[in-house]
Design a protein around this ligand. Structure first.
Ligand SMILES: Cc1ncc(COP(=O)(O)O)c(C=O)c1O
Length: 407
């Protein structure tokens, strides 16, 4: 059966994708609950990867229930009128969002939220250029890719539709003067870069960028699709950094690990063009009842259970243990990066990463690579994991270090 599925992927989807899957053994995902995914051969995998989607683990009961309730009455709407799940989402989000952020637009994928933000900023400012940070990742649709700093993803495209320009992620003076001279529509940034190697922007850097945006009337877009909603130990990473974002983007965890949902949130003043003309931006499935119910339930679980605090405390414990691991294996591990449950293991050389990840999968632990920073492996477990699961994951990481040293 597994060969059959892989053959079909090779034939009908992509030879390269089938190859990528097969690097970790030809397993098939069959079911998932809590911190575990179970394959069709009955192997259990502890999920510390999943591209940071599973902040609440798999199949969180309250979210499953909310989706099932909605499924039973109105899964999709005609879009002639609003539906009640939207109000649940609006009320819940309004109770949690930074005070000046009061406009919410539900969309489907992270890239779609990035596209909406770029479009809104260009319309609102009547300017073309969007500036982005080196080593950024904002998605793979044309607009999102045009603000993504990754040659492996960008180089196949002959040219981009959106005018963009890159700024330094470390030299705040240089970034400041670049923004002043370009006068862009917006600057887009991830408070903690995921793909870019779990790289945390400094408070000093962020304030300088905010200052530059204020001086030239550019909007500041905080892409919290990966690091937000508690993943990195804070509900709103941009707030800790004093970014005072005009637009905040959410995705990944917003669907509760069950449905694909994203959102573009904005201040009233940034959102004005879309406020005036509701047809200027829309999406057939954006804000559909199932997605809205999932997002509302997810936000309420995050808020009621203080998930950002849990993530921060669990992250501290995990980071301390990972630092000990790094000091036990200095020949392969250079540094432990990140905060909360968005952590990274930086290897001394990128060639050790594939062996390390393969060894982890063999022992039943899933991790996520950083495709544009190949020397870093992402660790993004669920805030719902037990201390037993933390110990199990740490044991597997330690075993994988031993195996990499041996080879
Ligand atoms: C920070 C960030 N922005 C945007 C995206 C794109 O999201 P999606 O893959 O849902 O389009 C990602 C995905 O990894 C991301 O990490």
């Amino acid at each position: 059966m597994s060969t059959d599925i892989y053959d079909n992927i090779r034939k009908h989807e992509s030879v390269g994708r089938a190859f990528l899957y097969s690097l970790f053994g030809e397993e098939i995902e069959a079911s998932a609950t809590g911190s575990y995914m179970t394959s069709s051969s009955n192997r259990e995998f502890l999920n510390w990867g999943g591209y940071s989607v599973f902040l609440l683990g798999h199949s969180y009961p309250k979210i499953v229930q909310a989706i099932q309730n909605q499924l039973g009455v109105l899964p999709l709407s005609t879009r002639a009128f609003p539906h009640t799940a939207l109000k649940q989402f609006h009320v819940q989000m309004a109770s949690m969002a930074p005070i000046e952020i009061e406009k919410f637009m539900l969309l489907n994928s992270g890239s779609e939220a990035v596209e909406a933000a770029i479009k809104l900023a260009r319309i609102a400012t009547k300017r073309s250029t969007v500036m982005y940070l080196e080593k950024s990742y904002h998605g793979k649709t044309q607009g999102a890719l045009s603000v993504t700093d990754s040659p492996i993803f960008r180089d196949p495209i002959p040219n981009f539709v959106t005018q963009t320009q890159k700024i330094s992620r470390t030299d705040s003076e240089e970034a400041f003067s670049d923004i002043l001279s370009v006068k862009p529509a917006a600057v887009i940034m991830e408070p903690i870069q995921g793909e870019g190697g779990i790289f945390e922007l400094s408070q000093e850097y962020c304030q300088k960028i905010r200052d530059a945006c204020n001086q030239v009337g550019a909007l500041l877009i905080s892409d919290e699709i990966q690091c937000g909603l508690g993943r990195s130990g804070e509900l709103w990473p941009s707030v800790r950094l004093g970014l005072e974002a005009d637009i905040i983007l959410l995705g990944k965890a917003l669907g509760g690990g069950i449905l694909p949902v994203s959102a573009m949130l904005a201040t009233k003043s940034a959102f004005q063009p879309f406020d005036r003309d509701p047809l200027i931006h829309s999406s057939t499935f954006g804000g559909n009842p199932l997605a809205a119910a999932a997002a509302a339930a997810t936000l309420s679980v995050i808020s009621e259970n203080s998930i950002p605090d849990i993530s921060r405390n669990m992250g501290n414990i995990l980071k301390q243990n990972l630092n000990e691991l790094a000091s036990d294996y200095p020949d392969i591990l250079e540094e432990v990066l990140g905060r909360g449950l968005l952590l990274g293991l930086k290897f001394t050389t990128p060639d050790k990463v594939a062996n390390f990840m393969q060894s982890c999968v063999k022992s039943g632990l899933l991790l996520t690579p950083c495709l544009t920073t190949p020397s870093v492996v992402r660790i993004s477990p669920a805030a719902t994991m037990t201390s037993q699961e933390i110990n199990k994951g740490l044991d597997i990481l330690s075993l994988a270090c031993k195996e990499v040293i041996k080879n």
